[in-house]
Design a binder for this molecule. Structure first.
Ligand SMILES: [Zn+2]
Ligand SMILES: [Zn+2]
Length: 292
């Protein structure tokens, strides 16, 4: 089973990670803007503390169970095994993040991973511009490479009609969630539990991505160096808990196949704790764990 993106990215002879241009992506841009306006306006009009609680609970399930465990550690890296229904649940939750379906996420991840390991790449792919320039690029735009590498989806995706359905209906997956929240708690629960959650997840994904690839004046620490790679990941200080472990990006560059992202005692990794709990009850096995 291909656990490595080397099986999925096929550079050929003329793939070039540098040449290309960033264009406005209307769907992405309007999607995030609409969700943010819905949150600010609706979340104020129909404010309630129960709506804030729904927001926090929904963020935890979607970001930890979905983005980090389901989509990234399981679907993209296959760094542990679990029942098919649990993979499907995790990838559905990961689609609810609002950044796109499983094919969108895998392609974006693999292209970035490949580009950052080359001797140079387009600044879009390494978060190489100033933060607000990069915000406009990542949240409102997309990169069109002149000669992108060929990308093949994993057998896990190609064998799953469910994941292909998620890909085709990625943004629409918010609708059933919105209807349930509307029925249970009214429009305030939708404003916080859907609009607020999607808005903050997309913004946070960009913010962590920018800090994870820029040492800057924050001097985010690194324990590992990948020789010859144009981009080194950084462990974003103070973001371990709130990103459920995804902030330890220097560790991830050094050990991409590891299901454990926080590798030291002072690197709390909530996603890893959930995996260990699931292993104890027999729902997760064959965990790949880096031991540097
Ligand atoms: Zn990276
Ligand atoms: Zn990864």
């Amino acid at each position: 089973m291909p656990r490595d993106i080397d099986d999925r990215i096929i550079p050929g002879t003329n793939a070039d990670p540098c040449a290309g241009r960033v264009r406005w992506d209307p769907v992405r841009s309007i999607w995030w803007t609409a969700m943010t306006i819905g949150w600010v306006v609706g979340g104020t009009i129909w404010f309630s503390w129960s709506a804030v609680a729904v927001f926090l609970i929904a963020c935890t399930f979607v970001l930890c169970g979905g983005h980090s465990l389901g989509m990234h550690r399981r679907f993209i890296h296959e760094s542990f095994d679990c029942p098919a229904w649990l993979t499907a649940l995790g990838v559905w939750l990961g689609t609810l993040v609002g950044l796109g379906g499983p094919r969108t996420m895998m392609r974006a991840h693999d292209l970035r991973d490949w580009a950052q390991r080359q001797s140079d790449c387009h600044p879009y792919l390494r978060h190489g511009r100033g933060r607000w320039h990069d915000f406009l690029w990542q949240v409102h735009g997309r990169l069109e490479l002149d000669n992108p590498p060929h990308h093949e989806m994993s057998p896990l995706y190609r064998a799953s009609r469910f994941m292909q359905l998620l890909q085709a209906t990625a943004l629409l997956q918010q609708i059933p969630v919105a209807l349930v929240l509307l029925w249970l708690g009214g429009p305030g629960w939708v404003a916080w539990g859907v609009c607020g959650r999607v808005s903050i997840a997309i913004f946070g994904h960009w913010a962590v991505g920018w800090h994870a690839h820029n040492a800057g004046h924050h001097a985010h620490p690194r324990n590992h160096h990948n020789h010859g790679h144009c981009t080194q990941g950084h462990n974003v200080r103070g973001f371990g808990l709130i990103t459920f472990g995804e902030g330890y990006h220097n560790n991830h560059h050094a050990f991409p196949e590891s299901a454990r992202l926080g590798l030291r005692d002072d690197q709390p990794d909530p996603g890893w704790w959930v995996l260990c709990a699931l292993r104890r009850v027999g729902l997760v096995w064959n965990i790949n764990e880096a031991r540097p």
